[in-house]
Design a protein around this ligand. Structure first.
Ligand SMILES: *Cc1c(COP(=O)(O)O)cnc(C)c1O
Length: 388
């Protein structure tokens, strides 16, 4: 085990925290009931556990438990939000606004809606990865029904100005959806204060299990309606049918609970680790930080390295660290990252980029080892290039 590379890819996924696993285990065997069975104690127990997670998630974003719809993850939550709104409100308007740096789980549902006749505006970002609010205002039309802007970017960690976006949308009575897969548990979120109408979450980026997520759907001021994308027994108030996956839901609740309790202290620790890594790497020169230096997730460092080949860099780092390179993170796709090209990077520089996702179980010693290896790899690649 100790010979495996150091895991620094926490934006892709995270290990399940032991405390989360311990909370989940009884719900596979003893407490296996179906939360929808309301005639016996097996069902009641499961329903109580599900209810508890609903309360934890709602409290985490200042919503009510009735506004939480469980899904299989953030991909499904995004699909349900975007297609669900499009289907319900199409007679009101058929224009949707999103951003070039969104996750494919937002961009692809939008592309799909385009084939059905919807108009999609994809806003550019500034060099720091943030959207320009005046560009957003200019893009709004009378027939705009939805604005979808992510809370925290999964590649460059940039935090978009949710409160200001929410204000702009609310003034014009346009629904605002945010993909908060990378944000829940890591930064403060408040659907009231930020005027968010729909918010997507997932458990596996915060030390919870894979395969479980949720969508917040506002019930009041205004009441948001979404067409279900999964029909069946009418679970989740008709918005998402299918037997609830109780063990995963219990794990999701526990993961969020822990993340919130530890948030302030953990963010401080992660920021120190990130700074420790950045100070060493940037001493090289020709190493550039991608994304705003302060408006970003504490555990995210994304760099572009000048004067090296992206594939060679990736190969050189692999034995020591598990990180992500600047190619698109979708499987079997080797085009340059759409996020880095949206920042204005050439494909070459986008390829020669590395995303470090520092997490709960990383130590200063690991950071130093990673920094040393990265520095020696970059130096030797640069030497080879000058020899040629
Ligand atoms: C991971 C991620 C998703 C996908 O979430 P799943 O739960 O894996 O479906 C969507 N959006 C962002 C920003 C992500 O980081």
């Amino acid at each position: 085990m100790s010979n495996r590379p150091i895991y620094l890819d926490c934006h892709a996924t995270t290990p399940v925290d032991e405390r989360v696993l311990a909370a989940m285990i009884p719900y596979f065997t003893e407490n296996f009931g179906n939360p929808a069975s309301n005639n016996h104690v097996y069902g009641w127990e499961a329903e109580a556990a599900v209810r508890q997670t609903r309360e934890i998630l709602a409290a985490a974003i200042n919503a009510t438990p009735e506004e939480i719809v469980f899904t299989s993850g953030a991909t499904e939550a995004n699909n349900l939000a975007i297609k669900g709104v499009a289907e319900t409100y199409f007679s009101k308007g058929q224009h949707i606004i999103t951003v070039a740096t969104e996750h494919s789980a937002v961009l692809d549902p939008c592309k799909y809606l385009k084939t059905l006749g919807f108009e999609i505006t994809i806003l550019p970002v500034q060099q720091d990865g943030l959207i320009d609010l005046t560009e957003l205002e200019k893009a709004l039309r009378p027939e705009t029904i939805l604005v979808s802007v992510m809370a925290a970017n999964n590649e460059i960690g940039v935090l978009q100005p949710l409160e200001k976006i929410g204000e702009i949308c609310r003034d014009r009575q346009i629904l605002f959806h945010t993909d908060a897969a990378q944000a829940i548990g890591k930064i403060p979120l408040d659907v009231q204060g930020m005027n968010i109408d729909l918010l997507s979450m997932t458990a596996h980026k915060i030390y919870g299990p894979k395969g479980i997520g949720a969508l917040y759907v506002r019930r009041r001021n205004p009441r948001v309606q979404i067409a279900p994308q999964m029909h069946g027994g009418g679970h989740e108030r008709g918005m998402r049918s299918g037997t609830l996956y109780t063990p995963q839901i219990v794990g999701f609740g526990k993961a969020v609970e822990i993340a919130l309790v530890e948030q302030a202290k953990e963010n401080q620790r992660l920021m120190e680790l990130r700074q420790r890594l950045w100070l060493q790497l940037s001493s090289l020169g020709g190493v550039n930080l991608n994304g705003d230096p302060t408006q970003r997730l504490a555990g995210n460092l994304n760099i572009s390295v000048e004067g090296v080949d992206g594939a060679a860099l990736s190969l050189g780092l692999q034995p020591v660290m598990a990180v992500s390179s600047g190619s698109a993170c979708t499987s079997a796709n080797t085009s340059p990252s759409h996020v880095l090209t949206a920042l204005g990077h050439s494909p070459q520089l986008a390829y020669a980029s590395v995303r470090f996702g520092i997490g709960r179980f990383n130590t200063p010693e690991e950071i130093d080892k990673v920094a040393q290896q990265a520095i020696s790899t970059i130096e030797s690649l640069r030497k080879q290039t000058t020899l040629v």
